[in-house]
Ligand binder design. Structure first.
Ligand code: NDP
Length: 402
């Protein structure tokens, strides 16, 4: 029985709120705090109604402001903070957790607001301070990063003596009926996918132009979808923690319409993250664009189809070549029925809440800053299906990845 502070009341925050409230035996007291309190209150209303959780509270907090965070944490005294606001707030929330002596978990690595660049170095630099304070910080516990990293850890533990090639494949074969919308925070999403591609090969990172490399990949229950090689943050930690990997790549599906919109957004300057003057006021074009795009948390109602995310791995077991594929498919409609959000928020929020349960239940322990693949994958994967994301695996098949 523990108190948890959830920060962020977007699509992912709503799913986390549901999942924690469905498990009062673990999360006995829940405080959902975000910049706009009315969003927390709206979530609290439906979560209390649907789960009957008796101790679900809300608060306003500016997570860019460490003293405000510290005051909120001191007042509520949670065992841990689960951060699903934006990656810009990773360091301020980690600072506040250190100052107040509470554990930390997030789903996306830090990126500075004024530079579209994400990497783990800033957060890994907190390791010694967390270790010395006897605290645990768990990084990247959404789906990707998160479940994909834990899938890889399962492969390493149960299927391979040495993993050589890893392909993480991510399809969203859903349709929300909008001309253009992103499935999670538009600002973070557009910054991520307009970057250059990058993959790991024989100890080096190889850079590509954005969306330069594409191939058709067959996804279970979906079929072939054009998938683009992009850089994704878990590649950085996975090649560090599984050093036998010779190649690691990440593939994501994008529809032609989506890429055309993206190209136009970039060409007309709306993806810019530097300030421009408009009617005497400084605005950031990408932040303005976010304000007029559909809210990802509201896309669920008519969303059909499913997501399919998994890991395809090649390596050696007992001296023989082996292949392995592990994946989850998630239906947007089923996610909406349970939590009122679409599948991308759902596939991120469920692992985040389950990761918190792993920490509070003593399944994942440690002092310092850790990525999820460093923990025992078994207790997490034992519960992932019952918590809403069933997964499947096959060994010694044709992976179709050359
Ligand atoms: P949303 O934009 O829907 O929600 C973000 C929430 O954070 C909003 O409630 C917002 O408040 C709040 N917020 C923003 N800035 C602050 C601040 N300074 N102080 C307090 N609250 C703040 O995003 P999503 O729910 O779609 O995504 C949440 C996180 O999940 C992101 O970090 C994203 O990168 C991550 N993610 C991870 C994935 C994974 O698989 N690992 C996949 C998808 C997302 P307000 O409403 O006032 O703006």
């Amino acid at each position: 029985m523990s108190k948890i502070l959830i920060i962020g009341a977007g699509g992912v925050g709503k799913v986390v709120a549901y999942k924690c409230a469905q498990h009062p035996e673990i999360f006995s007291d829940i405080l959902l705090a975000s910049r706009t309190k009315s969003k927390c209150d709206a979530i609290a209303e439906v979560v209390r109604r649907d789960t009957g959780h008796a101790n679900f509270h809300t608060a306003r907090v500016d997570a860019d402001n460490v003293p405000e965070l510290v005051a909120l944490i001191r007042d509520f005294q949670p065992a841990m903070v689960l951060h699903v606001a934006l990656p810009y707030q990773d360091l301020t929330i980690m600072d506040a957790c250190l100052e107040t002596g509470v554990h930390y978990l997030d789903t996306a690595n830090y990126e500075p607001k004024d530079e579209a660049k994400f990497e783990y170095s800033w957060q890994w630099a907190y390791h010694d301070r967390y270790r010395d304070a006897g605290l645990l910080a768990v990084l990247g516990c959404g789906f990707d990063p998160g479940v994909t990293s834990i899938f890889t850890a399962r492969a390493a533990k149960h299927y391979f003596d040495e993993m050589h090639e890893l392909d993480i494949i991510d399809a969203n074969a859903g349709s929300h009926g909008k001309a253009f919308a992103t499935n999670f925070n538009p600002e973070i999403n557009i910054r991520e996918i307009t970057q250059k591609g990058r993959y790991y090969q024989d100890g080096k990172w190889i850079e590509t132009e954005p969306h330069e490399i594409a191939k058709m990949i067959n996804y279970p229950d979906i079929g072939p979808r054009k998938s683009y090689l992009i850089f994704h943050e878990e590649l950085e930690s996975l090649v560090k923690h599984f050093p036998t990997l010779r190649r690691a790549r990440f593939w994501m599906t994008f529809g032609d319409e989506y890429l055309t919109h993206l190209r136009v957004i970039q060409n007309i300057g709306m993806a810019r993250i530097d300030p421009v003057m408009y009617k005497g006021v400084e605005i950031i074009p990408l932040e303005f664009l976010k304000a007029v795009l559909p809210d990802p948390g509201e896309l669920g109602e008519n969303y059909t189809g499913q997501t399919s995310i998994g890991c395809r791995i090649k390596g050696l077991k007992d001296g023989k070549e082996r292949t392995y594929y592990i994946w989850n498919n998630c239906s947007h409609a089923a996610a909406y029925k349970e939590t009122g959000t679409q599948g991308v928020s759902y596939t991120t929020g469920v692992p985040a809440a389950l990761g918190a349960a792993m920490m509070l239940g003593g399944h994942w322990t440690g002092k310092g800053v850790f990525n999820v693949e460093q923990f025992n994958p078994d207790p997490f994967l034992d519960r992932l299906g019952p918590w809403g994301l069933p997964w499947h695996e096959q060994a010694d098949i044709d992976l179709e990845m050359d």
